[in-house]
Design a protein around this ligand. Structure first.
Ligand SMILES: [Zn+2]
Length: 198
């Protein structure tokens, strides 16, 4: 028995964050009735996403540039400073300020014991692996100022205690409970400039 293509597509759309069954139905009906061209373009774009985009082997940013992202390949950045962020969007927000000239490490989440997310579920092991073979002298913890973001920063600060590396936390100019992504550029630049020791 073959799947009903309409129902099947609705189910796939409904798996996306923020899209319920009703929105999924609306999107699918729109594609069928008004924008059939877009179906081909979307399919093509999605295949490219699957085939070409991967995590950078060093910082875990998403990249379509091969094994290492353009930031990690840069020779003009300060290799002594590493900024740890929770999510890809946070890295993008910090990059948009053009103020930070060091390198990054993306954890892909924050510690959330209640949801069963522990250190092994984040890109933490590779962070410490990176420290072994680098000249990093300062780590800036730029996880969000949510309860989980603060707990993640504290965990990392404790784990980094014996590494003879200066550990700093971005200032809480970022709105409380807010994402770096939604902080304006000035606030983010200030949060970075006013970072404090742990
Ligand atoms: Zn990278």
């Amino acid at each position: 028995m073959s799947l009903d293509p309409i129902q099947h597509t609705i189910e796939q759309f409904a798996k996306l964050p923020g899209i319920g069954e009703r929105t999924a139905l609306r999107l699918v009906l729109h594609l069928i009735a008004q924008d059939k061209n877009l179906i081909g373009l979307l399919s093509e774009a999605l295949v490219q996403l699957e085939q070409k985009v991967a995590e950078c082997e060093l910082c875990h940013m998403i990249t379509a540039d091969g094994a290492r992202c353009s930031i990690c390949r840069s020779v003009s950045r300060d290799s002594k400073i590493l900024c740890v962020v929770a999510r890809v969007q946070d890295l993008m927000a910090l990059e948009a300020t053009s103020e930070f000239r060091g390198f990054y490490h993306v954890l892909h989440g924050v510690l959330a014991p209640m949801e069963g997310i522990g250190p092994q579920d984040l890109r933490i092991a590779s962070l410490f692996e990176r420290l072994k073979q680098s000249e990093i002298s300062e780590i800036i913890l730029a996880t969000p100022s949510t309860v989980e973001g603060e707990a993640t920063a504290l965990y990392l600060a404790q784990e980094l205690q014996n590494h003879l590396i200066k550990v700093t936390r971005i200032a809480s100019g970022v709105p409380v409970g807010g994402d770096l992504q939604f902080a304006d550029r000035l606030t983010l630049s200030r949060a970075m400039a006013l970072r404090r020791g742990f």
